[in-house]
Design a protein. Structure first.
Length: 481
């Protein structure tokens, strides 16, 4: 028996060394994370390669590539969990029921797919009219019939008089009585509608939370309601990206959870059988025209033969298998967080993004992140927020101010700089050189490490959602179990 234990120990040690040398994975149970993955509080962010005064950030991990101008980064220690088999479903005899209304086809749909194995049922209305967005997921017009009181005309700019009307219309509704919790994603302000029902409310912002509550008065009322929700332990205030979590904190003093989307509904994995790289779906604008023009000219000057094509130009109605079949995905960001980043990461498609410094320059000179602020979506830079920050945040630059200080401060919270194994380019010329010289083996290496990170991320997100769902179940009069 002693010999067997010794032999097992030797085999485990050899396995650990192999995984460390091959993938950079440390199997030590004592490994610590530089990130508070549970709450997002006091998060030490993976940094970028440029220097910034009075800011010390750990540097994000890179894979073992030897590329010209490739950014050197120190390793990010990821939390390694031994819990690979969390017991599912959570609700075996009586499912937990969630009510959700959304105006974006993806975030709630992703949650439906992710929570189904846990024993969660959804009553889901999708008001997304963007066929290009819902078509790849086959969830266009996914609903359970028309709603009372709420419709596509008033869903965003909700009249407060509609809140008691909605309650009266649904308080005795059998489907509503079966509901244990409400979820609000792309239009989190819609959760004001559910206040009279005294059920758990799960708010997960995917963009600036004042959407639908524009104007100083309405925004202020929404803040008060949000603070009230946060004071009740059966509710959750969160964001699927760190930028929006910090943004909510700036105006309310609430510290939301960082609760990323999972994005694995694509059912595809990286399989690079087609040549060339793709540019992720973006919104058209003068800067995108300039970017492609400059890339083409620089590539010609360098004599590179690499192909870089807009995803929608090559595939107007794409399938996820089309994305997985190309060599990699290049991001030219227009927003701080996009659902496609979760999709591409879960497919383990190698991702290329600008450094924080380059993105800041693009934003300052070209308003490249024009959808980061609501005023920017109308084509004009913002002069600042309509309301004051929370007293605890007065030393923080206004996120809606179009100043260099604000742009550089808030840029650290974008999704592109939070996840490991993303390759960064510090100029368009640098991008051209990287795409030209990166090898298939190096791309496969990146993809493998992305896949390993996603395994741990799924465990982490499952544990977070398990706690959220059990809290909602304990508060529900339906007692799902």
């Amino acid at each position: 028996m002693a010999h067997m234990k010794k032999l097992c120990g030797i085999l485990l040690a050899i396995s650990a060394v192999f995984l460390y040398l091959r993938f950079g994975v440390n199997l030590s149970s004592e490994q610590k994370s530089t990130v508070d993955y549970e709450t997002g509080n006091n998060l030490e962010l993976p940094g970028q390669v440029f220097k910034q005064e009075n800011l010390k950030l750990p540097i994000l991990e890179k894979t073992n590539l030897q590329l010209p101008n490739f950014k050197k980064k120190k390793s990010l220690e990821l939390p390694i969990s031994n819990e690979t088999n969390l017991e599912l479903p959570i609700f075996k005899k009586k499912p937990l029921v969630i009510w959700a209304i959304d105006i974006h086809a993806t975030p709630t749909y992703d949650l439906v797919v992710f929570l189904k194995p846990m024993g969660v049922n959804f009553i889901y209305r999708n008001y997304d009219t963007d066929f290009m967005r819902c078509q790849p997921k086959n969830n266009c017009n996914m609903d359970h019939g028309p709603l009372k009181v709420i419709n596509s005309e008033n869903i965003i700019d909700l009249d407060y008089k509609d809140i008691p009307r909605f309650y009266e219309a649904y308080k005795d509704d059998p489907a509503m009585k079966s509901v244990d919790a409400f979820v609000c994603y792309h239009l989190v302000s819609l959760c004001e509608l559910y206040k009279p029902f005294n059920k758990s409310v799960i708010i997960v912002a995917t963009l600036r939370y004042e959407y639908g509550r524009f104007g100083k008065e309405r925004w202020t009322i929404w803040n008060r309601n949000l603070v009230e929700y946060a004071s009740q332990p059966w509710n959750v205030i969160a964001a699927n990206n760190l930028y929006d979590a910090e943004y909510i904190k700036y105006f309310t003093g609430i510290q939301p959870q960082h609760l990323p989307n999972w994005g694995n509904y694509t059912n595809q994995v990286y399989n690079p059988t087609r040549p060339g790289f793709l540019i992720a779906t973006t919104h058209s604008g003068p800067f995108m025209t300039l970017f492609k023009k400059n890339f083409t000219e620089i590539c010609k000057k360098l004599g590179c033969s690499v192909s870089l094509t807009y995803l929608r130009d090559l595939y107007p109605y794409y399938k996820y298998s089309d994305v997985a079949a190309h060599q990699g995905m290049v991001y030219v960001p227009y927003q701080v967080s996009v659902m496609s980043l979760f999709e591409h990461y879960r497919m383990s498609v190698p991702i290329f993004a600008p450094t924080r410094e380059l993105l800041a320059q693009w934003e300052i000179k070209h308003n490249a992140m024009f959808l980061k602020r609501w005023s920017g979506s109308n084509g004009r830079p913002s002069n600042g927020s309509e309301i004051d920050p929370h007293p605890s945040q007065r030393s923080v630059p206004d996120p809606n101010s179009f100043t260099e200080e604000s742009i550089r401060y808030w840029g650290r919270f974008c999704d592109y700089y939070l996840y490991p194994h993303i390759t960064y380019y510090d100029s368009i010329e640098d991008l051209a050189r990287i795409l030209q010289q990166i090898t298939k083996e190096q791309l496969r290496n990146i993809s493998t490490q992305m896949k390993l990170f996603s395994v741990q991320e799924k465990i982490r997100l499952t544990k977070l959602w398990r706690n959220i769902l059990l809290t909602a179940a304990n508060h529900s009069v339906n007692h799902p179990h």
